[in-house]
Design a protein around this ligand. Structure first.
Ligand code: ATP
Length: 285
């Protein structure tokens, strides 16, 4: 396996009974990359991620995560050393507890030889003013921030984030994006799933679109689905009626309209397709 491949999957298949959830997935994630798995509900994202985390068994295929097949550790000790290097934020939050935020984070930090500073980590996820609050008194979004803090407390080489910002307010999401970029800049590799296309666009170096357990395409957010060649829509009002022109040369089109209309173009908008529009087209919704 190439050295900079943190995750390498070949022909991964997973069935639940006779129902196929993942139907032959190939995927590679490079060291230092933020990689997003996109796909509709039930596409197989969580199944794939949890197999990579060693929490579900594959039906067949080859997987390497930090050089190891998560379903075949050589020993308990080697599994523990492997777990030390990965951080996990699962989709469902853990049980409410009577411990405080600070107690919980400090407790988990003890499991890792290279843990982050608990107080700093609490600040990084924006929970400083809730540091002494009991977990059961936190709001949904605050609980999710705590999940993120628990995922990163061990300073992971590889971080799995399954829908990390569900329930975050807009400000918390932006702060979270900053934190994830910082972790990447410090050397972590990040695999995330998200239903927020703006989140994928902001964060991901590459995205994979998965549908019915199969990868449709892997590309950068800018080039997914031929986005860089997609037509731009120039829209404006002429004689009280809105007109829309699809064009590959919007600058030329706007200059022509300016000459034609003799100055300012009424209610002009120039719009390239968003990642969300491209994605919706791709999954055929
Ligand atoms: P979401 O966006 O809703 O989280 P997902 O892409 O993560 O969806 P998965 O949770 O991986 O999708 O589910 C893929 C398919 O496998 C679905 O059809 C789901 O019903 C099925 N599935 C998942 N877990 C199980 C299970 N434990 N037993 C049986 N079927 C399952």
């Amino acid at each position: 396996m190439a050295k900079d491949l943190v995750i390498n999957i070949r022909e991964l298949k997973k069935s639940y009974g006779d129902k196929s959830a993942v139907g032959g997935v190939d995927l590679s994630v490079h060291r230092g990359e933020i990689f997003a798995l996109l796909g509709p509900n039930g596409a197989g994202k969580t199944t794939t991620i949890e197999i990579l985390e060693g929490y579900r068994k594959k039906s067949s295929g080859e997987i390497s995560v930090l050089g190891v097949d998560p379903s075949a550790h050589a020993s308990k000790d080697s599994e523990r050393r492997w777990r030390e290097k990965i951080g996990i934020v699962l989709q469902s939050a853990g049980d409410a507890a009577d411990l405080s935020v600070e107690e919980t984070i400090s407790h988990y930090a003890k499991y890792y030889s290279n843990a982050r500073d608990p107080e700093q980590t609490i600040a990084e996820v924006g929970l400083s003013d809730k540091s002494q609050a009991k977990i059961r008194t936190l709001s949904g979004g605050q609980r999710r921030r705590l999940d993120v803090a628990l995922g990163i407390i061990g300073n992971p080489e590889l971080l799995f984030l399954d829908e990390p910002t569900t329930g975050f307010d807009p400000e918390a999401r932006r702060a979270f994006w900053g934190l994830i970029r910082k972790l990447r800049d410090e050397g972590s590799t990040i695999l995330l799933t998200t239903h927020y296309l703006d989140e994928a666009e902001e964060l991901a170096d590459r995205v994979a679109v998965i549908k019915d357990g199969k990868i449709i395409e892997v590309a950068s957010p800018k080039t997914l689905g031929g986005r860089e060649h997609a037509m731009t829509e120039v829209s404006f009002i002429r004689n009280g009626v809105r007109e829309t022109i699809s064009t590959e040369t919007p600058t030329t089109e706007v200059a022509r309209l300016e000459r034609e209309l003799g100055g300012e173009i009424p209610e002009l908008s120039v719009k390239r397709p968003t990642l969300e529009e491209i994605y919706i087209r791709m999954i055929g919704a």
